[in-house]
Design a binder for this molecule. Sequence first.
Ligand SMILES: Cc1cc2nc3c(=O)[nH]c(=O)nc-3n(C[C@H](O)[C@H](O)[C@H](O)COP(=O)(O)O)c2cc1C
Ligand SMILES: C=C(O[C@@H]1CC(C(=O)O)=C[C@@H](OP(=O)(O)O)[C@H]1O)C(=O)O
Length: 393
Amino acid sequence: MRYFTAGESHGPQLTAIIEGLPAQMPLTAEMINKELKRRQGGHGRGRRMQIEKDQVLITSGVRHGKTLGSPVTLTVVNDDWKHWTGIMGIEPLADDVNPEDIKRRISRPRPGHADLVGGMKYGHRDLRNVLERSSARETTMRVAIGAVAKQFLRQIGIETVSHVTEIGGIVTDPSSYENLSMDELRTVIENDPVYCADKDASVRMVSAIDDIKGRGDTLGGVVEVIIDGCPPGIGSYVQFDRKLDGKLAGAMMSINAFKGVEFGLGFKMAQKPGSEVHDEITWSKDRGYFRKSNRLGGLEGGMTTGMPIVVRGVMKPIPTLYKPLESVDIDTKEPFVATIERSDPCAVPAASVVAEHVIATEIAKAIMEEFRSDTITGLQKEIEQYRQYVKEF
Ligand SMILES: Cc1cc2nc3c(=O)[nH]c(=O)nc-3n(C[C@H](O)[C@H](O)[C@H](O)COP(=O)(O)O)c2cc1C
Ligand SMILES: C=C(O[C@@H]1CC(C(=O)O)=C[C@@H](OP(=O)(O)O)[C@H]1O)C(=O)O
């Protein structure tokens, strides 16, 4: 499976193309729209999310609700485009227009964004040309692609869930959710304003977001993704670039504003002896091989172990502040303090949805590399046989 995204934040539309999906898989716009709506939500989002009502249009690769095996194209219209039509025009500028006079041209790079270095690299004196593509608006299409990947994973018995475990130093207590089933956890999270499974922490997170917004500042946090039902042996130890943990870490780090990733106990492993980190192996007739604990987060030697995959990512606080940081105007080289039109004070809940979808996409891709049938029923059969084989190994 291969995929691409395209589109500018304030351009006419966003596009994704996915190639290599099995044929005969049920797929509807509704399945994708449900996830797009979750990404737009979460306490802490700014005014742009009141303008957009993200809805996908499937324009190829699906007929009568089933995949054809041909490339699937997804598009989402930017409702904000109507306010930007002239500014974002595709046609060349008229001869009498000076590029430096383009409406809403940006000559003042924002710290923490791609603006300055992107401008240098691509020769853009209007930094809007960088901002438009570096914006996290792009994550809309990564969620759309991930929704398709999740639908594929569901067909072969793999479930995904994501939740917020920390915002601005407020940390969830794992005992409040670690005994919940995947379905129970999903229900709690979907009904929570910050997609958090610890009710007490959630209340404090909401007020921390309101407080930071009032102060013109922003907050980051940590999100956790859990993937349950993966058979052992997805990924490989035989070549460095086939290790699944490396691919998942790369996917997590590709999300705008993500600055770190960990599996299982993660960075806490540094504080513990080996006997409190590694997971003992056991076997039963019902389950086959399994681990007595899951401190390594479901991966050993770059391969899934069959235990749930547990991966977390840290998101920095949003860089555009109403209480802005100092920067330099590229025209005058003079320092300035920026004025802000709108921004999200905290997008950690939305980012947890993005994280779940990019991880689901990477896992779906890895599974399609291991099992090669061109139809979903063929793949289901192959995977079922493999599950039986590893159980009795
Ligand atoms: C869901 C989501 C929403 C975001 N919203 C904003 C925003 O409103 N304002 C902003 O300055 N950055 C926002 N960001 C973060 C920036 O896109 C990101 O920090 C920037 O592109 C620079 O990339 P880097 O932080 O990965 O270096 C958001 C990120 C995500 C994942
Ligand atoms: C549009 C989205 O997020 C945007 C991501 C973003 C950024 O700089 O990354 C900046 C803001 O955009 P704008 O400048 O238009 O207000 C966010 O709203 C979205 O998530 O769909």
